[in-house]
Design a protein around this ligand. Structure first.
Ligand SMILES: NC(=O)c1ccc[n+]([C@@H]2O[C@H](COP(=O)([O-])OP(=O)(O)OC[C@H]3O[C@@H](n4cnc5c(N)ncnc54)[C@H](OP(=O)(O)O)[C@@H]3O)[C@@H](O)[C@H]2O)c1
Length: 302
């Protein structure tokens, strides 16, 4: 029996589409909350902390997030090569989902126009569309890659079986899976997502890694969710031990998982983006990690 390392390893780099990427990503969902002029400062802060994966989607701000990013890319031609650009298609409010071949190809083309670039690095199916078969989705993404509009493809909010079904129709590998994953939303630990990702060398990008801010503020929108109270207290205790913050501990908890999870941070504050790098400094023991999970579940491990 091994005692294991005293503290869990938090690697700063991973790999995606053959490129070295930072273990933090920056997400564009909330970009339209602040004006265009503020965007460069956020992207610079992200790059400073190694967050070179930039995650966006056609549906964010009804295209506005991509337009904002596209305006910055047009202004700074060197930026495109500094980032690994991820976008998504397939959410069509109020339908709400459409992953037909016709729609996904048109969506990717419209994203490229807004983003002012010729190709994205990864195109993701944003959410599973129950009315489009895996074979058709596979045809769509294969064509998107074959036509040079995306260098690679992946999925978001897909179950393990949905991912497997899609992969079974593809000759190219899915390279990203993007589940909701945080110390408050721990399903990917148990539903096979992170195990499959390891076996298939898929990079897991964790969305809402601070549970949309709840783990930072300690406030949970769903007040019936009492688990958060104990969880926030445990995060607080570990933060104190480290002279750090709950946010950094919550990010470190994701970074410590062996699947190489990349949390997508979503703050609009350049200072908070920079502060997220403090996650790599957290000394987290095996017991600390499980204590967070137990607090989240409201029960000791079996
Ligand atoms: N695939 C999907 O279906 C899906 C769904 C949702 C999100 N995403 C991706 O994941 C990214 C991140 O999601 P998210 O924005 O929900 O991530 P998050 O990091 O969990 O939450 C960000 C929110 O927390 C707040 N926050 C962060 N630090 C704080 C602090 N110290 N004190 C108070 N508030 C704090 C931010 O407010 P401030 O801006 O004021 O700091 C912001 O409103 C998105 O941009 C998107 O790229 C994907």
């Amino acid at each position: 029996m091994s005692d294991g390392p005293e503290h869990l390893t938090l690697a700063r780099h991973g790999y995606l589409v053959g490129r070295e990427v930072g273990r933090l990503a920056y997400g564009c969902w909330r970009l339209p909350e602040t004006p265009q002029e503020a965007l460069a400062g956020k992207i610079d802060a992200a790059l400073e902390v190694g967050a070179n994966i930039i995650d966006t989607a056609a549906v964010y701000g009804a295209g506005e997030a991509e337009r904002m990013l596209g305006a910055l890319l047009a202004e700074r031609s060197s930026l495109r090569d500094e980032i690994v650009l991820v976008t998504k298609g397939g959410i069509t409010p109020p339908v709400p989902y459409d992953s037909t071949k016709r729609h996904l190809i048109a969506s990717c083309e419209a994203s490229l126009t807004r983003l002012n670039c010729e190709a994205v690095d990864v195109f993701l199916i944003h959410r599973p569309d129950f009315l489009t078969g895996a074979a058709e989705v596979a045809e769509a993404v294969a064509e998107i890659v074959a036509s040079g509009k995306a260098r690679s493809v992946g999925v978001s909010n897909y179950t393990l079986e949905q991912t497997r079904a899609l992969q079974s129709f593809l000759d190219i590998p899915l390279v990203v899976t993007q589940p909701e994953f945080s110390a408050l939303h721990t399903d990917p630990l148990d539903d096979g997502t992170l195990d499959y990702a390891q076996g298939a060398s898929i990079l897991p990008l964790a969305w809402s890694p601070l549970a949309g801010g709840s783990l930072a503020t300690g406030r949970v929108p769903d007040r019936a969710d009492l688990r958060a109270t104990g969880l926030v207290a445990v995060l607080e205790r570990i933060a104190k031990d480290n002279g750090s913050t709950r946010e950094c501990v919550a990010l470190a908890w994701l970074l410590a998982h062996p699947a190489g999870v990349v949390p997508i941070i979503g703050t609009q504050s350049p200072e908070r983006i920079r502060a997220a790098a403090g996650a790599f400094e957290i000394k987290m023991s095996r017991r600390d990690w499980y204590e967070i999970l137990e607090a989240s579940r409201g029960a000791p491990m079996p």
